[in-house]
Design a protein around this ligand. Sequence first.
Ligand code: GLA
Length: 518
Amino acid sequence: MRCNGWATLVALATLVGLVETAAAEQIAGTWVPQGVNADILAQQPQNVRTLTIREARGGLIGKLVVPTLVGVPVAVEQHGDQIRLVIQMARGMETPLEATLTADHLSITAPGGTSPPAMMRRPSAEELQVLERLAPKKLPIPSMKALPPNGLARTPPMGFSTWNHFQTAIDDRTIRDVADALVATGMRDAGYVHVNIDDGWQGDRDEHGTIHSNAKFPDMKALADYLHGHGLKLGMYTSPGPKSCAGFEGSYGHEEDDARTFAAWGVDYLKYDWCSAGLIYDDAEMPAVYLKMAEAIRATGRPMVFSICQYGRADVWKWGADAGGNLWRTTGDIADQWQIMSTIGFAQEELAPFAAAGHWNDPDMLEVGNGRMTAAEYRTHMSLWALLAAPLIAGHDVRSAAADTVAMLTNHDVIAIDQDPLGRPGRRVVQRGQVEVWTRPLEGKRTAVALFNRGTEAAMIEASFAELGIAGRAGALDVWAQRSLELDGHVAAEVEPHGVVLTRVGRRPGSVSSAAVR
Ligand code: GLA
């Protein structure tokens, strides 16, 4: 069942090329892999990648399609004989390819790649018919308008999601055990109240169009009651496409049915993941597709946090709130790796102006506690997410978390920075090589100051009050070390490799104790 859509796309990204001779009108159309035939197309469409290119808006636009599964936009540029294809998977995840068109064959390579070129050809009329039959049709979508706020998520949502650790290996028992552990570890009381079941709960749709959970979730309503009885909330996941990213049943054509089902179960949060909707709609249609589900949820009368997940494409931060979003993903998928986490986290600054109470930038869920980063790297992860006013959705196995993982996730002062009522994300104020200093304005004229060392050697990091926008005498709390500091015109500390020193600076003259700057 698992298709691992992202891995498939990344594999596609290892294709390459150079154009020898081509004319714009020659490349337009549909391309299928050289070795494919009508039988393969009909029997294993999920294994066939096709590229379609059409003329639009005075240029060419493309879509890379795995029939029945996923469609990803491709920018197409032609300069004379040179064709450049850029797969646009997610914000910050663009893969350039080069193509050579010879007669009716397209040879695609990744610049600098070592794999042989991917050879594509034009499909026969019969194969085109199969492709056409497989292609889901566009449904009516509402014209765009601004939905009034739903009043939820006044501070960034906090909770747990199954995806980062469990992926699709989830069931009712696991969710109940996670819920118990959230309570026992103090995570619930620290604010982690949403228990979000991500991909993998879906069963079949019955003849009335009602979706059912699969056998691993015998009674979703009872599970919701269990969570509610423990002071927790239930989050659910679906896609506007026919299939979710892991290949389960999506809400395509059943948006209202599913919103009603979720409301009847007692769902409090819905993550709506683009996935196979890319087969049907262009990115420009995303706002209306999301609005459609937001309206269906509103029509049920049950408040649900609406989590938009389309990997930060189409400038979602500009329309996400209008489409009813309480949070919107701004990136491709995070992983439990320093390189990926830090690249995502440090690339969020320009989006700061778009977050505010009720609607937040979402750089993806936490990896803290999943084991492939050091403690310093996880502190950087938490600190950066707090500076960004990002949702804090834990993604580890809460049932067996080590004490230091729990301590890191429940650090009261870090959470207070994330949840600060001003709701204004931080900005980068200093960048010197691998060193970055960020500040975030906090309620009560206080400022969070983070000294980040992205390098692999320890570094002395110093920022002056002028650089930090702080005036007068100040005291600070080092929130990870839980140590008070007296500041004299600058914040300075030695910072470990890939680490951070996170402080909350108060402007009261002479304030040096932790209580005074709280
Ligand atoms: C996409 C999303 C992930 C997760 C998976 C589930 O990749 O970006 O966060 O929900 O789908 O299949």
